[in-house]
Design a protein around this ligand. Structure first.
Ligand code: PMP
Length: 400
């Protein structure tokens, strides 16, 4: 009965790894996936995560019972504090509801399903370009996906004028997806002054902000600095949705740990929203997994472990920043034509190189370097040893 089923294409991002795994070349390099690698090219489990896991294992009083539908209460509280700030009036006034979800993806999905059921506007504006999963998540949730201009290929920077024009002409009440920091795939973020203008425009038109925070601490190395955009919107007392992921900043990719927070105008509304979020979650995955959330809560609630985490987080961010400089220097040393300063200007895990799909295909074929066809490379997948190989490939692709 299933013989009519046609084979679906590989996911464009995860498919890069499938192709990489099949390549027998010893010099192959996977810059497709957004997961951190050490200087030795290995996945990293943070020491503080290992320590937290050890504590959890040693605690014989811990059981494997189901969590409540909204997840681990302590985790939710600490997650809200992490993104909104310890002294956030919205938290103090109980205007925030936070529910534990399946990492960033699941948090976006639960938030979007809630909006499709309970919000008067169906349109969600997403940046052009954005993470490839965004349009799929929102469409399948029942929202109508539109785009706003974001990236300017000519400057390899922000198309701020285009962004203001497109949000300015969006129907009142529309939802707007914003990357809290380290925009994926472009690595281009608004400045704080630009964020302030975006905020004023959005509030004046009653546009609803939905922040995707997948890289807090990963962009600058500072958890507070990377949350500034979100905090600006919360400080004005208006509503706001935030999807948080601990995949990158705690290296908990496979644990699927994240949270959705909805900032409301009153505590009463927040508690009603939470009651409806439970109705979204219950038939979707019933309740979230316990292990990852327990790791996060163990780290966030203990001052020493929290400090240890920030040091390890900063080390990851700094290694990525140093890879940017090394790649930039290597291209300069080769005299590769073009202005490559965007490599050091862009923020976060990725560089949007500006290489086109033919150049990407050439680099994969001739140099065994794997990346998405839009020319996005994960700086976290690079090391001092592999930078020269990548620079050679880019040089050949550009001059060939
Ligand atoms: N949003 C953005 C912008 C991302 O880059 C990612 C991860 N690639 C996610 C959300 C969600 O990731 P996860 O579900 O693993 O937390």
């Amino acid at each position: 009965v299933f013989s009519h089923v046609v084979r679906a294409p590989e996911d464009p991002i995860l498919g890069v790894t499938v192709a990489y795994n099949k390549d027998p070349s010893p010099v192959k390099l996977n810059l497709g996936v957004g997961a951190y690698r050490t200087e030795e090219g290995k996945p990293l489990v943070l020491n503080v995560v290992r320590k937290a896991e050890q504590m959890l294992v040693n605690d014989r009083s811990r059981v494997k019972e189901y969590l409540p539908i909204v997840g681990l209460a302590e985790f939710n509280k600490l997650s809200a504090k992490l993104i909104f700030g310890a002294d956030s009036p919205a938290i103090r006034e109980n205007r925030v509801t936070t529910v534990q979800c399946l990492s960033g993806t699941g948090s976006l999905r639960v938030g979007a399903e809630f909006l499709a059921r309970h919000y008067h506007q169906r349109s969600i504006y997403i940046p052009q370009p954005t993470w490839g999963n965004h349009p799929k998540i929102f469409t399948l949730s029942g929202l109508s996906v539109k785009t706003y201009r974001y990236y300017d290929p000519a400057t390899r920077g922000l198309n701020f004028q285009g962004l203001l024009e497109d949000l300015g002409s969006a129907p009142s009440g529309s939802i707007v997806l914003l990357h809290a920091c380290a925009h994926n795939p472009t690595g281009v973020d608004p400045t704080l002054e630009q964020w302030e203008q975006i905020r004023q425009l959005m509030r004046s038109k009653a546009l609803l902000p939905f922040f995707d925070s997948a890289y807090q601490g990963f962009a600058s190395g500072s958890l507070d600095a990377d949350a500034m955009s979100v905090r600006m919107f919360v400080a004005d007392g208006g509503e706001c949705f935030v999807a948080q992921s601990y995949a990158k900043n705690m290296g908990l990719y496979g644990e699927r740990v994240g949270a959705l927070s909805v900032v409301c105008k009153t505590a009463d509304v927040a508690s009603k929203v939470e009651s409806q979020l439970k109705l979204v979650i219950r038939p979707m995955f019933s309740n979230p997994p316990i292990h990852g959330a327990s790791i996060v809560a163990t780290i966030l609630k203990d001052r020493n472990m929290y400090n240890e985490w920030t040091i390890e987080l900063k080390a990851m961010a700094d290694r990525i920043i140093s890879m940017r400089q090394k790649l930039f220097d290597a291209l300069r040393a080769r005299g590769t034509p073009g202005d490559w300063s965007h490599i050091i200007k862009q923020i976060g895990m990725f560089t949007f190189t500006g290489l086109n799909s033919e150049q990407v295909a050439f680099m994969t074929r001739e140099y065994h370097i794997y990346m998405t066809s839009d020319g996005r490379i994960s700086m976290a997948g690079l090391s001092s040893k592999t930078v020269p190989h990548l620079a050679d490939a880019i040089h050949a692709a550009v001059t060939g």
